[in-house]
Unconditional design. Structure first.
Length: 298
């Protein structure tokens, strides 16, 4: 059994309002749901969609640092701090990741975890002390002592950039080819054959939400919809589990430029999908579910 955790930053389930919610009314196969739907919903390819909590029992708007640490450890980071923390983890949250990162725990089980995002050359020139001050996913990977992927790995079809089309890299002058959503899906499907756990992070959705850019949001969801539909076609649902979720809402309500307290989606494909729908109620339940699938101690 192998698991792919496909993390989409800043994507909640909003109102049925096409003027504020780019997911609504655009013919998406996977991203057209809104808060008023009767969950769980059936998805193409035998998947299921539900709505889960990202507020974690703490007042205020959910934020990236506490949400992502919770997602990748199963520890309620917002309650631990008594507040939601934006951006990157602070010292206390980094300590939690160093001991409880999902990547680390899976590696300790003798399995092969990987963070499949590509990193630009500048990352590898940073001092370790600076690398440890970066994003939650970066710190979780460092904690597990798992290798990072470089630009060269894109050409070898071993990794994908956070912008899986590579358009951002091309604009920055990197000599990489543009990838279709379907080609990116093939890379992820291939990785499932070589790793027990794969983490992928896509965060342009959060940027589009803060920019309140409806057309950009629609295009991002179009590309994500195509990628996931192709990926589902390539899955061996007896051996592979695909889990798609987010850390907090944002893109689903462009009437404001901040995060939201909306629930976030939980999409699951694989023979454990129904079990996940029953056991995952908030983003804190994601890591325990993954560990359970892989046979680890929760």
């Amino acid at each position: 059994m192998s698991v792919l955790l496909f993390f989409i930053d800043g994507l909640g389930l909003g109102r049925n309002d096409p003027e504020a919610n780019p997911a609504v009314g655009n013919g998406f196969s996977l991203f057209g749901a809104h808060q008023e739907e009767p969950f769980p919903l059936k998805l193409q390819g035998g998947g299921l969609l539900s709505s889960i909590d990202a507020n974690l029992g703490v007042d205020g708007l959910p934020q990236s640092a506490t949400g992502q640490v919770t997602l990748l450890t199963g520890i309620n980071a917002a309650q631990l701090l008594g507040r939601h923390l934006p951006a990157f983890p602070n010292v206390r949250l980094r300590h939690i990741l160093k001991e409880h990162s999902l990547l680390l725990r899976i590696k300790q089980m003798g399995m092969r975890p990987v963070f499949i995002n590509t990193f630009r050359p500048i990352f590898f020139t940073l001092l370790p002390s600076l690398q440890w001050r970066l994003s939650t996913t970066t710190v979780a990977t460092l904690a597990a002592d798992v290798p990072f992927f470089s630009i060269e790995d894109i050409e070898r079809d071993r990794s994908i950039y956070h912008d899986f089309t590579n358009q951002e890299l091309i604009k920055k002058g990197f000599a990489v080819k543009r990838r279709s959503s379907e080609e990116a899906a093939s890379v992820l499907a291939g990785a499932l054959e070589n790793h027990d756990f794969i983490l992928y992070e896509h965060f342009l959705t959060d940027r589009a939400g803060h920019a309140r850019d409806l057309e950009w949001g629609r295009q991002l969801l179009t590309d994500l919809d195509r990628l996931l539909l192709r990926l589902v076609d390539l899955l061996d649902r007896e051996r592979h589990t695909l889990l798609v979720t987010s850390d907090h809402g944002n893109l689903e309500d462009l009437s404001i430029k901040t995060h939201t307290r909306n629930p976030v989606p939980l999409m699951l494909w694989g023979k454990k999908a129904r079990q996940g729908m029953e056991n995952i109620h908030s983003i804190q339940d994601i890591s325990p579910f993954v560990l359970d699938i892989l046979g680890g101690e929760v």
